[in-house]
Every structure is written in C-alpha cells, then in structure tokens.
Design a protein around this ligand. Structure first.
Ligand code: PEP
Length: 254
C-alpha cells in the first residue's frame, strides 16, 4: 500500500562534483524499483544532481526552504525555486531546530508552503535526550506533529512524509531500537494523525525512522509494518552504504 522510501540527507557535505559522482554511483548501483529513493543534496548541487538522475526513478529533495514565494529574505530559497527541480523537501530537521532556532510555527509555515507548491514535506520530529530522560518523548513528538500540521486539510496531510528522528540518535552511532521507534511512531505520530485527520489519513502517511541507520541495522526498523523506510544522514554519503540500506529495505519489505 505505502511504497517504502529511503531518503539521503547529505547535510552540508559534498561539492557539486562530488555530489554528481555520488548520485551517479547510486543510480548505477540501484537494483530495485520497489523502494522510492530520494537524494537531498545541498541547494547548490541540486541542478547538477538533477541532470545525473534524470530519466531514472530516483527523486530529488531539498534540505530546507523559506515559506514565502519571493522577497527580501537574503540567503533563503523559496518553494517556487525548488519545485522546478525537487519533489521533496526536508522540514524541521533537528539541526535546523537546534542551530537555527526554527520553532514549530516556522515549521508549520514551511510545511504549508511546500504543499501549496506541490512539494512533499519530509517533516522531522523527535525528542532530545533530556526530553527522553524526563519521560516527555510522547508529548514532544505529538506536539511537534500537531503544530506542524495545523490548518491542513486531510487531503494535504495524507501527502506528507514524517520522519521520526530522536535527536540523541542522529549522527551518534546510537540508533533507537526498532521496538522503541515502532512504539513512538504508532502511538504518537500515527495516533496524532488519526486524532486530527482520521484513520485513513493516519494509514496513508508514510513514516520513516532516522538516526544512525546503517545497512546492518535497517532491517530492525523496516521489518515493522508501521515503519516505511528511513531518513539517512551519514550512511547516505557513500554509495555502498546507501545502496546497502535501500536493497536491504527492498528485501525485508518484499
Ligand atoms: C539525519 O541527519 O537525518 C540523520 C538521521 O543522520 P544520521 O543517519 O547520520 O544519524
């Protein structure tokens, strides 16, 4: 029903030439159509990566956007600019929330702007270690999800991808357990979607896990029916490990 999805967040890595080479290696090594593959390079590499993957099943995503269409916002990129190249856009990544002070209201505006222009948001939600230790995981994840989706119609909400990314698991080599991720996604992400938009929307939205995913641990997550794939950081920077994650997902979901 829901197509598995593996998205690679390159963050602030790779020159344009390096990005082209990585995209080419991923395209050449890809052996499945079952999993949707999304590459999210830095803005500057988007046109070059677009040229490399043109005609293939690989999709392109941005790592951020501004909510306005155009204007005096030095250094920002608008959805109007992105939609020429991308199908997806990561919104509310914890690095943006932490280092660039993005709050739930900014995330909400970005989600609405992306949808208005036909881009699919990959909305990131997740708790910090302190919040987890204080027993606040459910409340944090549910609140981030609810605030990001305020004002959306059920049809718009159904188009979303949500990534559950516990902040303590990102880039640390310390992934959540599959059991834990499944519980948070089922109760606090799909549960929140169901409470707001109904059961059909809650079942249509694709939900990913993110945080130190590798070819060795991906099966632990995607073997669970409620987890549709992964948002991958570090392991998306090498074709071999990224392809390993994609192919393992195809094997497990088959
Ligand atoms: C991420 O940046 O979204 C991420 C999950 O990173 P990593 O896979 O490196 O933990």
């Amino acid at each position: 029903m829901r197509q598995p999805l593996i998205a690679g967040n390159w963050k602030m890595n790779k020159t344009v030439a390096e990005g082209e080479a990585l995209a080419r290696a991923i395209q050449e090594g890809l052996q499945t159509q079952m999993v949707e593959v999304v590459l999210c390079p830095p803005f500057i590499a988007i046109p070059a990566v677009h040229a490399v993957i043109q005609g293939s099943s690989i999709r392109l995503g941005a790592q951020n956007l501004h909510w306005e269409d155009a204007g005096a916002f030095t250094g920002e990129i608008s959805p109007v600019m992105l939609k020429e190249w991308c199908q997806y856009v990561i919104i509310g990544h914890s690095e943006r929330r932490q280092h660039f002070h993005e709050d739930d209201e900014m995330v909400r505006r970005k989600v609405a702007a992306a949808l208005r222009h036909g881009l699919t948001p990959i909305l990131c939600v997740g708790e910090t270690l302190a919040q987890r230790e204080a027993g606040e995981t459910g409340a944090v994840v549910a609140t981030q999800t609810r605030r990001a989706l305020e004002g959306l119609s059920p049809e718009q909400a159904a188009r979303l991808v949500i990534a559950y990314e516990p902040v303590w698991a990102i880039g640390t080599g310390r992934a959540a357990t599959g059991e834990d991720a499944e519980e948070v996604i089922r109760r606090w992400i799909r549960g929140t979607l169901e409470a707001i938009f109904g059961v059909e929307v809650a079942q249509r939205v694709r939900v990913l896990y993110g945080g130190s995913v590798t070819p060795e641990n991906i099966a632990e997550f995607v073997c669970r029916p409620t987890i549709d794939g992964a948002l991958v950081g570090g392991a998306s920077l090498k074709a071999e490990s990224f392809l390993g994650i994609i192919h393992e997902t195809a094997r497990v979901k088959a």
